[in-house]
Design a protein around this ligand. Structure first.
Ligand code: GLU
Length: 486
């Protein structure tokens, strides 16, 4: 089978927020479409009405958008093969199921679900595999019982002579299943809704999906889907099953290992571009062995032959490293825009000019892991006074030497500082330690920093002095002076 166009999709069920596994699947589909000039489609599989919720549809949309994974066709943007929400396609499935019944490839099953469940339990108790296959009732009898209003599901009849279902997976080469172990499976439930395996085949076929790229957890569904394609006489798409994303202990990634929703990572201050880069390496590796790659670079380099079929560990330390790297590399005005909303709700930013705001961020950003580190990092730039950490009070400010530094700084040094620009402040600060010789420069700077910021580490001190301005510098130096000697 050859497809002239690449058409790929993700088909999330809106039963939860956009999961990192689904997001990684979306990313690989998106990259594959971009690499080969195809289309990327979003289809919402919401036929499980008891578990599907519209808030999750919204969260999935928002998450994909935040990651920059735009789609060519989908519930919101439409397209030639819509609707793209399964619950709006319910009329689509029955005719195909009935066609299969007509052809003797499927049958109405009137056996109550409870009875089938009992059979399953009995088989399990006897350690037997449960393979549900019944011989269909004669067509007339099926019809007359239906006419009498009896409830029935439609089951696909696994061809009895079929021995194996084989397909070549683009990630794992040849995959083969024993057809003899497959039971006849429901394609249309007694309430008229399609089963997942049936709906996915009908939708993928009607939407002319060329490649089905999805998680390995669906690999055992694939033989059922292939039998349906064959029965319906439709072209079978190419399959590619991605290795799962695992927790560090190699178990399935779940909430007990930390956040699993993309929106949680975004809310925790991870940059979407860093998260995309990180996800790309969960199961794919760059031919040039590079690790830091933008979405557009990924679009150029991605191919399925470098995707692994084994599990990929979700390594938060690596994500943190990457996120910090992206933060440090980002242009300052862009970074400012990302952190501004959080800063604006914590502080009165209007006390600083735009240039001063950028400068402040520039001198504190170095150790950031996430964007959420910005609010605590700039706290001492706001307010008249500063909160001094108890250990800093004790170990630095309380020292007699520090007190000498403060006295000198207030009385002799501060009146000489020209605050009109940063370079002048820097020069003035350079002159402070020599004036206090033989005291060590380090001791001098520690005392000033502790008094002004309440901390022993942090931003470039000249910038701190410059941004605080003469009044607050004086106020904070004096406040620190009142600390009683140890
Ligand atoms: N609704 C299915 C899921 O969310 C889609 C699986 C598929 O891609 O076929 O897992």
């Amino acid at each position: 089978v050859s497809f002239s166009v690449v058409r790929v999709r993700i088909a999330p069920s809106p039963t939860g927020n956009l999961h990192v596994g689904t997001a990684r699947t979306a990313l690989f589909n998106y990259l594959f479409a971009k690499r080969y000039g195809g289309q990327f489609i979003v289809r919402i599989e919401d036929t499980d009405t008891s578990r599907s919720e519209s808030v999750y549809v919204q969260n999935i949309h928002d998450g994909l958008k935040a990651l920059g994974l735009s789609w060519d066709e989908g519930p919101d943007v439409g397209g030639a093969f819509g609707p793209y929400t399964q619950s709006e396609r319910l009329d689509t499935y029955r005719p195909f199921a009935e066609q299969l019944v007509q052809q003797g490839l499927a049958y109405y099953d009137f056996t109550p679900e409870t009875e089938i469940e009992a059979m399953r339990e009995k088989a399990t108790a006897n350690k037997q595999p449960f393979i549900y296959r019944v011989e269909p009732l004669p067509a007339q009898e099926q019809q007359s019982r239906l006419n009498a209003g009896e409830v029935a599901s439609i089951r696909f009849r696994v061809p009895r002579s079929r021995q194996t279902v084989q397909f070549s997976d683009l990630v794992r080469e040849s995959v083969s299943f024993d057809a003899g172990l497959m039971g006849d499976f429901v394609i249309l439930k007694s309430d008229g809704t399609p089963s997942y395996n049936f709906a996915v085949v009908v939708d993928d076929a009607l939407m002319q999906i060329s490649h089905v790229i999805r998680g390995e957890d669906h690999i055992s569904n694939t033989p059922k889907q292939i039998l349906l394609y064959e029965a319906l006489n439709w072209a079978v798409p190419q399959f590619a099953h991605l290795g799962m994303i695992l927790a560090p202990d190699r178990s399935k990634l779940s909430k007990r290992h930390g956040a699993t929703a993309v929106s949680d990572y975004v809310a925790s201050g991870y940059l979407p571009e860093a998260f995309v880069n990180f996800m790309a390496l969960l199961g794919w590796s760059d031919p040039q062995a590079e690790e830091l790659l933008s979405l557009s670079q990924l679009c150029e380099r991605f191919s399925l032959d470098r995707v692994s079929h084994s599990g990929a560990i979700f390594d938060v330390d690596k994500l943190n490293w990457m996120n910090g790297h992206y933060i440090r590399e980002m242009a300052l005005p862009d970074l400012w825009e990302r952190v501004r909303p959080a800063l604006a709700s914590a502080y009165d930013l209007s006390v600083y000019s735009q240039e001063q705001q950028w400068l402040m961020l520039d001198v504190v950003k170095e150790p950031f892991i996430t964007l959420n580190d910005a609010v605590p990092a700039v706290s001492y730039f706001f307010g008249n006074s500063v909160t001094v950490e108890p250990s800093v009070q004790q170990d630095v400010l309380a020292l007699p030497e520090s007190q000498d530094v403060l006295t000198y700084a207030i009385e002799q040094w501060l009146p000489t500082v020209n605050f009109t620009d940063l370079a002048l402040v820097r020069t003035a600060l350079k002159g402070l330690a020599p004036a206090l010789k033989p005291m060590k420069a380090k001791t001098v700077m520690w005392a000033v920093r502790a008094a002004l910021t309440g901390r022993v580490q942090g931003a470039d001190l000249a910038t701190v002095v410059y941004l605080l301005g003469p009044d607050r510098v004086a106020h904070r130096l004096k406040q620190a002076q009142q600390v009683p000697a140890a």
